[in-house]
Each structure stands twice: as structure tokens, then as C-alpha cells.
Design a protein around this ligand. Structure first.
Ligand SMILES: [Zn+2]
Length: 640
């Protein structure tokens, strides 16, 4: 049990832990007037800063979630520590040696477990760093093929000097069973502590062995600079373990919450309002050495929600911020996939997100090695917005020489464009998309994007929720292939889209058409589906109406087709009105009547007017009526 920390030591810790400095290690603070500072609250998600720090009072307070207190309370809350642990953390930060009541400092007894685990990691980091400089000739025969020399060669081959290794705390884990374990035991750490710190593990024989052997070691540090874990790369090609190995999750290390290099990068990230996300430890090193000090990397996991939160606080990624988050990926398929995954996090940032795609698949480390540090800065400067990258990746999957391919690509790309936050930018991208697709129909593409923007709440009032929930990496296949440039089929399709999306605009004119008013059989069956639900007359709100039709569809293909009709934009700019619906429906009716009239005429011609005079006369009268109705519809269809 830890003894009580002496009150005068607690007072000293308080004295030497200015709240601005303590909080400033976790989030970017900006002057807020009246001598106080503000930043993005670490205790709740927010887009504009409501977290205030008042240096004069040594207090913080969040006006949104009402969290507040002093520096000790802050560390307790943000790192989930007990009071004593928070004092210990702040004491270590301020260089104060704590004394406990009932005795002096006795390592391994009074101090909290968290502090012990951090000390074990620190001692391990120093051990690995020393090993990197070790003279091989002095090493007792531990039998390993991999030596400190191998590790130094690994660094040299990648353009790193020993001084660089020192700057990043890089070290070498000797290829022995328990060298670190024995070293740390000698320093007073218990087996339990070594296991809990993730530095050692039980072997199959029950003895404690080193977690990392024959590997290059990168210390992973929290924002305060404490080593909480290691990233390790194998050096022995015969090692059948994974190329990269990380400390398992411990009470200190949650990989989804940590970014490698963030302790070194956080000040520049805040100052430049920019963060560069690279893929590996050597990439972070290369970027920092090349004059790009905002680079960070994830540790053995992909970039996720908690990483977003961490970066946002460091950038102070708030409304009106001009921040930039730049992902670097190589241009190969895996890189593209990673970029598209990053894209799913895009709207969690307020800052603009970019992709810097590496030429020739060279990662920043190789780039610096081959072309120097300037090449890394060029890479970052050549960034393209993540949107452009994602859209072009989608277009690349489709055959844009065919109309079907163009439409399918549009179906997949429009939702991406619709997600762009800035309206002006969104419309510019819609125009670009039209060009990239080769449609040369800006209106059509814009309409499609606007429709999706409505769905994501980025446009005017939401109307129809897109039922289009296809995973983005699944190429879109139209449910039915037919020539959509055929004017008759186009107007039929438009009528069905109206009936599915805007039933209230259609009225009895639609329900009276009849399934045989449609040339394409699948169009007729959708009409049947609608009639089966009581016609557009009984449609309720648009969203439920679409859901009801999807449910009524007899099979997957029909469902896919209804889905298509529900999401495809109408061929009118802006929202359709009753007049537009009236014109479309009149045209469908007129075309259908035209076909019936042609049939009638054929029949009449084949008839003998003399012998079948009565029938002929009846049919002729009917034909005249049909012609009259058709004329009326034609007038309505042409707005006459
Ligand atoms: Zn808050």
C-alpha cells in the first residue's frame, strides 16, 4: 500500500504545475480574452472550443460539459488516475522527488503501480538505447545471429545516424532470452511489474522471458513524454515472428489512443495547425529530420475515431479553423484502400483533409534516403484533397466509355461529392465530376449531388432518405440494363422516379396509366407494385413510401431496381413541382395512347370495312376518341 504523500510535497507539486502548461500538453490553447485561454474539451466531443483555462485562478472549466477543477484534477480526469497517481505524474514532470509519510522514498513499495510501470518502461528504454551502442566483441555468447551491429546497420541503411536514434530514443533488444528481465530485476522491479508493463512474458516453461528479442526498438510515448510501450521491428530474417511487434495493451498503453511521435510533434501541430499522418516509425523519424515536425503514425492499428479526437485537440480543429490533416499513403492498392478508409473519418474533422500520394510507392523514409529531405517536403506540398482522391479512386473502377459505366460511376461518386462540407466547393467538385465522367451535363450531375447532399443534411430540407446503402467498394451494377438514352424509356423511368420519390406530385394521372402504358416490362411491374400498394394516392410520407415499395418488391433484383429509382436524381434542376410531374405523366400517357392508336389503325386496315361495317364503325369512333385524348395529353405534355 502506498503511504501518504507528504502535504508539503503536494503543495510543491501544485506550485510547480502551472495549469496552462499541464493542460497545454494535451490540447492546443488559444487566448480567449480576459487573460483566459480556450481549447477543444478533452472530456466531450465539440466543434468549437468551450473548454476554458484561467491561469490567474489555476483552474479549468468546460462551459458545455461542466467539467472543471485544478491541474491535479485535470490529470486525474484526462488520464483516469487516482489522486496519488496524478500527483506522482505531475511530480515526475516537474522533477520533484516525493516523500511519503512514515518514511523516505523506498522504490517498489510506496509509489503507485502506474508510476512503477512507467519507470520500468523508462528503464527498459534506457537499456535498449545502451544496447544499440554496445560493442559486439564484448558480448558474451548469447548465440544470437542479430547483434547491435545489425541494428546500427539497419539504421544506417535508412539514412539515420546514432544521434538521430538518440533523439527518438531508438534502441536495440538483444537476441537473448531474458537479458532485459534480468537487468530490470537487478533494478528492483518485480516479475509482476515486468509482466504488467508488457516488457516480459511467461515462457511455456513458466519462466519469465523478454517480450522483445533481436529487434529494433522504438519507444512509444504519451503526450507528456512518458514511455508507455514499444514498437519493435524484427532484424533477423529467420525470425518467424511478425515483422512489427508492439507491446500488448496494458494499463498504460491503449493503441487506439496513442500516436507515435505525438509527444515530439504536438507543439508544431498546434502552431502550424497541421498534422501529417504517416505509416511507420521510420517514416515519422524521416519526416521530423526532413523538417516536417508535425508527422505522427499509428502504432500497430489503423487510424480510428480516438486518433481523430486526439489530433483535433492538438490542432484545435474548430469551426472556422484553417487546419489541415494530411494522410500519406503509397499509390498501390493497399494504400488506396487505406486512404478510402481514412475517408470514412473525414467528416469527423473540421479541418480540410488531404492525401499526399507517394511517387513510385516510396514511403517517406525511402524518399528521404533516395532524394533527400526536400522530397518529403515536396510530397507534403503536393497533397490533394481527400475528396479528389476518393472520387478518382471510384471512377477508376468503372468503364467510363459506356453510358452504363458512367451512370454507375456517378451513382457511386455523387454521395462522396455530397459529403463536401463547403457548398461552393461541393458544387465545383460536381462540375469537376461531370468532366471526369465525360458526361458534359453539369446540371444532371449537380442534381444528383444535391440529392445526396439533402440526404446527408448538407443541402436544403431533407426529403427522401437514400436507400442506397451499398458498401463503397462494391462496384455498382444497374439492376436492369437497357438503353437509357432512348427518349421513350427515359420518360417512363422519369415517371416512375416521380411516383417513387414524389408520390404527392403525381396524383390520379399516374394511377390511371396502367401497367401496359409502359414499354419496358420491368417498368410495368414497378407500376404493378405501386398499384398493389394502393397507388400513389395512398402513399404516405416519401421515406415510408419507398420503404413500403422496397418491402413489396418480389425479389432482390426488383428491390435493387426500386432502389435505383428511389435514389436516381430527376432530370430537372431543383425540386420537381406538380407542373413538371404533370408534363412527364402526360407524355407517358400520350406515348402509350400513340401505341394503342397505331394498333387500332393496323386493326382497322386489316378489317373489311364493308363486311364488318358495324365493328369497323365502333372501332373508328373509339379511335377518334383516342386521338382526342392523345391530343389533350400532347397539349399538356408540351405545356400548351
Ligand atoms: Zn467539455
Amino acid at each position: 500500500m502506498p503511504g501518504r504523500i507528504r502535504p508539503e510535497d503536494i503543495a510543491a507539486v501544485r506550485e510547480r504545475s502551472p495549469i496552462v502548461d499541464v493542460v497545454g500538453e494535451y490540447l492546443q490553447l488559444r487566448p480567449a480574452g480576459g487573460g483566459s485561454l480556450k481549447g477543444l474539451c478533452p472530456f466531450h466531443d465539440e466543434k468549437s472550443p468551450s473548454f476554458n483555462v484561467t491561469p490567474g485562478k489555476e483552474l479549468y472549466y468546460c462551459f458545455s460539459c461542466n467539467e472543471g477543477g485544478d491541474a491535479i484534477r485535470f490529470v486525474q480526469e484526462v488520464d483516469k488516475l487516482s489522486f496519488a497517481e496524478a500527483i506522482e505524474k505531475l511530480a515526475a514532470r516537474a522533477g520533484i522527488e516525493l516523500r511519503y509519510e512514515g518514511g523516505g522514498y523506498v522504490p517498489g513499495q510506496e509509489t503507485s503501480q502506474r508510476r512503477r510501470l512507467i519507470e520500468a518502461n523508462k528503464a527498459a528504454q534506457e537499456f535498449y538505447a545502451t544496447q544499440l551502442r554496445a560493442d559486439n566483441s564484448n558480448r558474451r555468447g548469447s548465440g544470437g545471429a542479430v547483434t547491435a551491429e545489425t541494428a546500427r546497420a539497419f539504421l544506417a541503411e535508412r539514412g539515420f545516424e546514432l544521434a538521430d536514434a538518440e533523439r527518438f530514443g531508438v534502441g536495440f533488444a538483444p537476441q537473448a532470452w531474458d537479458e532485459l528481465t534480468r537487468h530490470l530485476r537487478g533494478r528492483g522491479f518485480t516479475d509482476d511489474e515486468l509482466a504488467k508493463a508488457g516488457l516480459a512474458r511467461r515462457s511455456s516453461r513458466g519462466t519469465l522471458i523478454d517480450m522483445f528479442r533481436g529487434r529494433m526498438m522504438w519507444p512509444i510515448r504519451d503526450l507528456a513524454g512518458d514511455t508507455v510501450a514499444f514498437g519493435a521491428r524484427k532484424l533477423d530474417p529467420d525470425d518467424d515472428g511478425p515483422k512489427y511487434l508492439n507491446t500488448p495493451e496494458t494499463s498504460l498503453f491503449k493503441k487506439s489512443h496513442v500516436l507515435y511521435g505525438a509527444d515530439l510533434a504536438r507543439r508544431e501541430i498546434g502552431r502550424q495547425r497541421k498534422a501529417v499522418i504517416v505509416e511507420g516509425y521510420t517514416d515519422v523519424m524521416a519526416c521530423h529530420l526532413a523538417g516536417e515536425p508535425t508527422a505522427v503514425a499509428t502504432c500497430g492499428t489503423s487510424f480510428g475515431d480516438d486518433h481523430v479526437k486526439l489530433l483535433r485537440r492538438l490542432i484545435m480543429d474548430a469551426e472556422g479553423s484553417d487546419g489541415a490533416v494530411i494522410f500519406t499513403f503509397d499509390g498501390d492498392a493497399a494504400g488506396q484502400k487505406a486512404a478510402l478508409r481514412a475517408f470514412t473519418l473525414e467528416d469527423k474533422f473540421v479541418s480540410q483533409t488531404y492525401v499526399a500520394v507517394q511517387p513510385d510507392g516510396l514511403d517517406p523514409c525511402d524518399l528521404r534516403l533516395k532524394h533527400g529531405g526536400g522530397a518529403i517536403r515536396d510530397l507534403i506540398a503536393r497533397r490533394v484533397p481527400l475528396f479528389e482522391f476518393a472520387i478518382k479512386a471510384v471512377l477508376g473502377k468503372h468503364d467510363l466509355d459506356s453510358t452504363d459505366g458512367q451512370l454507375a460511376a456517378l451513382d457511386e461518386a455523387a454521395p462522396i461529392v455530397a459529403r463536401i462540407k463547403d457548398k461552393g466547393k461541393r458544387e465545383r467538385y460536381a462540375v469537376n465530376l461531370d468532366r471526369w465522367l465525360g458526361f458534359m451535363n453539369e446540371k444532371f450531375v449537380l442534381g444528383r449531388v444535391r440529392e445526396h447532399a439533402r440526404d446527408t443534411g448538407r443541402g436544403r430540407g431533407a426529403t427522401i432518405r437514400s436507400a442506397d446503402k451499398k458498401p463503397a467498394d462494391q462496384p455498382h451494377q444497374p439492376a436492369y440494363r437497357y438503353d437509357r438514352s432512348d427518349p421513350v424509356l427515359r420518360v417512363e423511368r422519369e415517371a416512375l422516379k416521380l411516383a417513387v420519390q414524389w408520390p404527392a406530385l403525381c396524383g390520379p394521372e399516374f394511377d390511371e396509366l396502367g401497367a401496359d402504358a409502359f414499354v419496358v416490362p420491368v417498368h410495368g411491374s414497378v407500376f404493378g407494385l405501386i398499384a398493389g400498394r394502393g397507388g400513389v394516392a395512398s402513399a404516405g410520407r416519401a421515406r415510408e413510401w419507398v420503404a413500403a415499395l422496397l418491402e413489396a418488391a418480389p425479389d432482390d433484383r426488383a428491390r435493387a431496381f426500386v432502389n435505383e429509382l428511389a435514389v436516381e436524381s430527376l432530370q430537372v434542376s431543383g425540386d420537381p413541382d406538380e407542373k413538371y410531374a404533370g408534363v412527364i405523366l402526360a407524355r407517358v400517357g400520350e406515348l402509350a395512347l400513340g401505341r394503342r392508336i397505331a394498333e387500332f389503325k393496323g386493326k382497322l386496315q386489316r378489317m373489311n370495312a364493308e363486311t364488318e361495317q358495324a365493328t369497323h364503325m365502333r372501332l373508328f369512333k373509339e379511335l377518334v376518341k383516342l386521338e382526342e385524348r392523345r391530343k389533350a395529353l400532347l397539349d399538356r405534355a408540351t405545356g400548351g
